[in-house]
Write a protein that binds this ligand. Structure first.
Ligand SMILES: [Zn+2]
Length: 484
């Protein structure tokens, strides 16, 4: 008797645990779903819709449901989907409905297909909305990569004044920009977050006739034409990559990139484009200084710079004395006002390196990146890649290992950089012969935070960068804040 009771209790326990796992499965399967194929198509494309009813909701086995197709430029249309074994539907009454919509003659634009879910009577419960695009000129750059119904950043490449180059070749060049030698998808964190981005190219060569040549023009004459072309891909959350065929200094402004390539070899510009993407997408600053940027920044000015810049360059009042090392009265003394790791910079017979060392020491406690110091080469949390190899080269990762480098950055020669050089400092091609190795962990973290803000999540290398930051005294080691 007693044995039976124990057995019975045990049996009930098994039932309960089974019930729990069955419930978990039910939760996973719960919900209706809808889809549109293709998500983007030219005039005359037959868009196909599929709706799968929630198998756990009571459902009158109707043979049809309706969806509404909406676009701001035209009146709403009703469309029926069928579960009757015809109309593209293979099995009647299985809860899977099909329908098709002929786009011929409809206006270009972004459409929404609104499916009824939880269909019980003639009443619609929660709506499922799926977007699709009808456009003759918005083309997908990579086969089967995009998903416009996923929360992603949309990268749209446009070309201006490429009248000698047909669309097929322009699309090839656009792909090269994105995945060529130093293209976006070859560089972290974009490489391991590829599925957070959609890529399009506009099938129209834009034309701008009233531009002036010269590097100071910044290609801004292309602004309106870029906006017009980019609108062919009617999407939100967009970075527009304008490739422009005249000489100016490539740059980024807001979410637009103006890339001057002309008829030169595209592969040499992939790193420039990735650098500009760092500006346009991540709000990252340039980390180089120029001869003309001979003004130091004050404490107050620094405090008003963007968070992204403060994540890149550190202010120390002590660096002011480095400025005094300039040769007075000449124009070409700037930069390289460096007390490098060896602390050798001497002017007027005096080494001003105590100040530099003080500044570097202060920077080690800088909350913007102290938890990432030592990341990027060798062991996390330890600056361990400073020694040249016997052949005089630095180990891979040397240039990107995060630390405090008493070299001027972010335009202002009195700001301290976080690594020796990265793609925001220099934009040579990234390959085995280049000194540039990528964005570096600190800039990667800024970019990962932006990916998370724009798409809701991150993957790959971002999971290794402690996106929330670590508390004082902790370091980001193997993706976790730990007492270092
Ligand atoms: Zn730049």
């Amino acid at each position: 008797m007693r044995l039976v009771t124990v057995a019975a209790i045990f049996y009930i326990f098994i039932l309960l645990s089974n019930a729990t796992s069955i419930q978990a499965i039910v939760e996973n399967m719960r919900g209706a779903s809808g889809s549109v194929t293709p998500e983007i198509g030219v005039d005359g494309t037959i868009f196909e819709f599929k709706y799968t009813a929630d198998p756990f909701q009571p459902r009158i086995p109707l043979r049809q449901i309706n969806i509404t197709i909406q676009n701001p430029a035209t009146s709403d249309e009703q469309l029926f989907l069928y579960d009757d074994g015809t109309h593209g539907d293979t099995r009647p009454y299985d809860g899977v409905y099909y329908g098709a919509w002929d786009s011929i003659g409809k206006p270009d634009g972004l459409y929404t297909a609104s499916f009824c879910s939880n269909y019980i009577t003639s009443r619609c419960g929660t709506k499922i909305n799926k977007k699709f695009i009808k456009s003759n000129q918005c083309k997908e750059l990579f086969y089967k990569h995009n998903d416009i119904n996923d929360r992603r950043v949309n990268v749209v490449v446009t070309f201006i004044n490429y009248e000698q180059t047909g669309f097929f070749n322009r699309a090839t060049l656009a792909r090269q920009l994105i995945e060529g030698t130093s293209g976006l998808l070859r560089v972290e964190p974009f490489k391991s977050n590829k599925n957070k981005f959609n890529f399009f190219v506009v099938d129209e060569n834009g034309a701008v006739s009233d531009y002036q040549t010269g590097e100071r023009q910044f290609g801004r004459e292309a602004l309106n034409e870029t906006a017009r072309l980019s609108a062919k891909c009617p999407l939100e959350n967009k970075i527009t990559n304008a490739v422009v065929n005249w000489d100016f200094r490539s740059n980024a402004r807001g979410p637009n990139i103006y890339l001057s390539i002309g008829n030169r070899y595209f592969d040499q510009y992939t790193a420039v484009n990735t650098h500009e993407f760092g500006h346009a997408f991540g709000g990252l600053a340039d980390e180089y200084t120029e001869d003309r940027s001979n003004l130091s920044v004050t404490r107050d000015e620094y405090d008003h710079l963007s968070t992204a810049i403060k994540n890149q360059c550190f202010f120390s009042p002590n660096v002011q004395c480095l400025m005094e090392t300039r040769n007075p009265g000449t124009n070409y003394n700037f930069s390289y006002l460096v007390c490098g790791e060896n602390c050798t910079y001497i002017t007027n017979g005096t080494a001003h390196c105590d100040a530099a060392n003080t500044a570097v020491a202060q920077c080690q406690e800088n909350p913007a990146w102290r938890d990432l110091i030592g990341k990027g080469c060798g062991r996390d949390g330890v600056v361990d890649c400073l020694n040249q190899t016997p052949n005089g080269r630095y180990p891979a990762g040397y240039y990107l290992e995060e630390r405090c480098v008493s070299k001027p950055g972010c335009y202002y020669p009195n700001l301290i950089r976080h690594d020796v050089q990265n793609i925001m400092y220099n934009y040579d091609r990234i390959d085995s012969t280049s000194l540039v190795e990528g964005f570096g962990p600190i800039n990667e973290r800024t970019l990962c935070r932006k990916i998370k803000e724009k798409t809701g999540s991150t993957s790959g290398i971002c999971n290794n960068l402690c996106l929330a930051g670590c508390t004082n005294g902790q370091k980001c080691i193997s993706g976790r804040c730990q007492n270092g």
